[in-house]
Design a protein around this ligand. Sequence first.
Ligand SMILES: [Zn+2]
Ligand SMILES: [Zn+2]
Length: 300
Amino acid sequence: MLPYSTAVEAQAALGRPLTFLETLWLQHTANRSDYFLYCLNIVYLFVNFTVLPLPTVILDVLKVRAFERFKLQPGVHTTISDALRCYKSVIWSFCTVVGPLQLLSYPMVKMLGFRTSLPLPSCGEIVSQLAVYFLIEDYGNYWIHRWLHCGWGYKNIHYLHHEFTAPMSFAAPYAHWAEILVLGIPSFVGPALVPGHMVTLWLWIALRHIEAMETHSGYDFPWSFTKFIPFYGGAEYHDYHHFVGGKSQSNFASVFTYCDYLYGTDKGYRYQKSLMKITKNKLGEETGGWVGDSCDKKSS
Ligand SMILES: [Zn+2]
Ligand SMILES: [Zn+2]
């Protein structure tokens, strides 16, 4: 809990006037326990899971023609019943795995030293910590995801996430409970190594989920700001991984492309891209989706 409940007290403690954001934070957190603030993240996550996927899921279900040219697998659309079934499963996992995990992990977050007090972290601190979190999570996720594509891991756990060969945003957290738990580990390694402010932790969890929803959206929008992030995989990169399914030996990384490049697990994807380029050069038009005979599809 903050050691002050009014702006006057906070300003006296800091020795300067509060910024606009610090005033908002004080209004939001005054007289609230740190545990309550941490648990608020469950509410934010629920909104994330429910509201953010809606725009692309609606485009997909309604087969909106104006956006069909941005569809990574044109002509392949989610049905309303599949979207609802997926959402129900995601919310069930949220209530039985994600939510309880949040509630129970507080002592660890407290022990690591996450703070809720003023001053708020600077933009530089937030951005540099988020960059570390993303890089660590991406590296850990790469190896766990690669393991999940080995026989036992795929057959017993990861098969569920690959049920959607043409994914949609609701399908980003659609996974076996064991996968949610095991892939959650690298998400917490970064914050454990470089703890910061609660705002940074909230942002980290929210941005990680927003990123996953974008990469599962089934749409590749040229105006997405993520196009400007170096080595960022994006929707096309992960859509290919779902298109191939269980046999996929490409594109295991969750966020960036460098791990797949370094460890040679982007060969199927690059072959696929070259096939599409050849088709475009021959026909003078896009292929309209992935080509069926990629080397990933042929391998077993
Ligand atoms: Zn996979
Ligand atoms: Zn996926």
